[in-house]
Design a protein around this ligand. Sequence first.
Ligand code: NAD
Length: 295
Amino acid sequence: MPARILDGKALAGAIEESLCDEVAAFTTAAGRAPRLVVVLVGEIAASASYVAAKARAAARVGIDADVVRVAGSADTAALVALVSEIARGSHGPVDGILVQLPLPRHVDTLAVLDAVPADRDVDGFHPENAGLLSQGRPRFIPCTAAGVQRLLVDAGIATAGRRAVIVGRSDIVGKPLALLLSARGPGGDATVTICHSHTTDLAEHCRTADILVAAVGRPGLITAEMVKPGATVIDVGINRVETPTGSRLVGDVDFPAVAAVAGAITPVPGGVGPLTVAMLLANTLLAAELRIGRR
Ligand code: NAD
């Protein structure tokens, strides 16, 4: 039987709908909308399109989003200064600050991210927020990891006592997701294995998974032979590949072959991506509510 398709786009739409009401209630109470400032550095087409999608989604739910564009030649000191100024209100009131990644190679990414104050860190990358997550008392959870967990919970896919294998150990996706799935409570309590570029016998690890998450950035990495029949497969990867009919987006999973083996699977596009955006909106509202003491 072909796998059940986990429709992230539909779930993101439902989340946005409920956020609309919550944002409206905040706006009435605070006398202003929640406000997100996004810093976009350079001319990477994919980054520009992600930022545009985030700004459109913010507008749909009533969050005010401002995009600050910076030349790709800006250095670390200039970007740190800019983020610090934004936090101090140079670009208007600000509840959330997001620095779109990747930054140009010559920039010290961690130094720039560290300039985002922890209470405005809606991407959840600040050491304080990472620490809170690792202690099981999260504040801002990195959006993609939060989206994956939300998708599993919404789809009724049990995690407690099950084996989750996460391929990829980035601070943005793999690591926070491992913390979430192994934490106590709904959407957690799984036994988690993290695989990475130095893992030997990747296929063997993957085959043990009840829930297999691919977050690498390599098209076709996960093949049908690596998936236990009936497993849930979450494809976080986003890769642009050229085909005879033009370019298209694919994940890290060989979708047609794996869909024939898996019990449930996310598509790319339309799986994890829209949930990442929805979780960003939720984090921005949370930041705004914390700021005025509503949460
Ligand atoms: P990253 O480059 O920071 O991390 C990639 C990870 O993959 C590393 O931990 C590395 O050890 C591991 N890896 C590399 N080669 C491997 C191999 N052969 N076998 C096993 N592990 C290997 O990337 P990231 O920022 O975590 O993003 C991963 C992918 O997810 C990318 O395609 C990115 O575009 C995508 N992404 C999607 C969303 C979304 O919303 N859907 C959000 C963030 C990232």
